[in-house]
Ligand binder design. Structure first.
Ligand code: URA
Length: 233
């Protein structure tokens, strides 16, 4: 059982005082009966809370997919550049959301924004082997040597990369599948072969792929099924 005012303020961003006023003005219903006090206890597993006629769904955590545009940094704050959090709708502003993992400022594609630290840790930890799939365009023709090098583990200044997959899809384009996420990893891996990455777009996390109808800059909630796919279930 949880206090009504706590639930409403957590889910909707109202202060406790504002919830008190909402209750006083009879705008809050519990199971279609006007709530009498703002501090009464409610069972979120069965009681239905409505504010202004709209049911509020009580979620412990939020999981959002974002199709990241270029020009945004994967951080919660930045002094100069806009952050990916600025693309999240205002209705989530009261939650402590953060991007799970980083994409470079000029990288586009699938990002998970959540307030579930444990889930984020699990999908990012190299030990969990959650694959990340990227589409890449480079400035010189793709070669078999790159494919073999990626498979064997490219040697970077901070150590050898785990084995990864490069599938050549065009003269200058390919798909890269990684299970770790080091700083500028793909750019540095291609750099070892004298190539510069021109375009980098993350299209998949685990077995979940960026939906074709999720426009650049748009965000939406993952379903439970999607989340299972990320973890590879
Ligand atoms: N590798 C990179 O070099 N940049 C990214 O944003 C992601 C993977």
């Amino acid at each position: 059982m949880e206090r009504l005012d706590k639930i409403i303020s957590n889910q909707m961003g109202y202060s406790r005082k504002e919830v008190k006023d909402l209750v006083k003005s009879k705008r809050v219903l519990i199971n279609d009966v006007v709530a009498s006090k703002s501090d009464i206890k409610v069972d979120v597993s069965k009681d239905i809370i409505k504010v202004d006629g709209k049911e509020i769904s009580v979620k412990e955590f939020v999981y959002l997919m974002l199709n990241k545009p270029k020009g945004y940094v994967s951080a919660t704050e930045d002094k100069v550049m806009p952050t990916v959090l600025e693309l999240i709708p205002i209705e989530y502003s009261h939650r402590d959301l953060f991007p799970a993992g980083r994409l470079d400022r000029d990288t586009t594609g699938l990002m998970l924004i959540t307030d579930d630290g444990e889930f984020a840790h699990n999908i990012l930890s190299p030990k969990k082997h959650v694959k990340k799939t990227y589409e890449v365009v480079i400035d010189i023709p793709m070669t078999e040597e790159m494919v073999i090098g990626f498979k064997n583990g490219v040697n970077l200044i901070d150590g050898e990369c785990k084995s990864s997959e490069l599938i050549i899809t065009g003269e200058y384009s390919g798909t890269v599948i990684l299970t770790e996420g080091r700083y500028h990893q793909i750019k540095r891996m291609f750099g070892c072969f004298g190539a510069k990455v021109l375009e980098l777009n993350r299209v998949g996390m685990g077995n979940f792929y960026l939906p074709a109808d999720l426009e650049i800059g748009e965000c939406r909630e993952f379903t439970d099924e999607d989340l299972k796919k990320i973890k590879g279930d």
